[in-house]
Design a protein. Structure first.
Length: 218
């Protein structure tokens, strides 16, 4: 069951969707906008049209999801999760990324183990409308390409969601996994469709923002 469907079922809540992360609905500080001076850096790596849209038009000014992120973070886009791109970063959002080079995966693992905090959206069956034809390299991949990183951390990803084969804690009907990786933390969510919203204040974005806030404190 997709997170977005779950949120629709509980849309009468003041802050919808936080329950699947095990976070209190009453804690508005987890999702509220922050003053510019208080916004920490957030590295963003994604295949989704969050920055420019499919047309790469600057007039759109980014997606509603990006606008919401920028209300709490200084968003820094990176092209690949390698050591050079992650240098100096402490918080990383990988939103349905393309398959990473083998060396980058080694360096990403090392970064997390050294104390990095990662939120990875790994959708096993992306449902994201696109005008680009199948096979277009600029079209988001239809599924997250797990090239061994999740297995290395003790997780299996299937169309049914996440299964722990190690020490990761899987919750919310196999949609969310939290893993302690060395000195760092990684949260994996088996969905990315919920980022496709029309408004930056869509309650469906609250779980994303709340989990990033949780990772900041770990």
């Amino acid at each position: 069951m997709k997170i977005r469907l779950w949120i629709a079922a509980v849309s009468t809540l003041a802050i919808a969707g936080l329950a699947w992360l095990g976070l209190p609905h009453s804690n508005g500080d987890l999702v509220a906008a922050r003053p510019v001076a208080e916004r920490p850096a957030l590295a963003l790596l994604t295949s989704l049209p969050l920055i420019f849209g499919e047309s790469f038009s600057l007039e759109r000014g980014g997606s509603p999801a990006l606008t919401r992120l920028e209300q709490r973070y200084q968003v820094v886009t990176i092209p690949v999760a390698d050591a050079a791109s992650l240098k100096g970063q402490t918080l990383l959002l990988m939103a349905h990324p393309r398959a990473q080079p083998a060396q980058a995966l080694v360096e990403l693992d090392r970064w997390v183990r050294g104390g990095g905090h990662l939120l990875l959206l790994s959708d096993p069956k992306l449902d994201w409308p696109s005008e680009r034809p199948l096979g277009d390299p600029l079209r988001p991949p239809p599924m997250f390409a797990d090239t061994g990183l999740l297995k290395h951390w003790g997780l299996d990803l299937s169309p049914e969601g996440l299964t722990s084969v190690g020490s990761c804690k899987v919750v919310s009907d196999h949609l969310v996994a939290r893993c302690r990786v060395g000195e760092g933390q990684a949260t994996i969510i088996a969905d990315a469709d919920f980022l496709n919203v029309e408004r930056h204040d869509d309650l469906g974005l609250d779980p994303l923002i709340a989990e990033l806030a949780r990772l900041e404190t770990r």
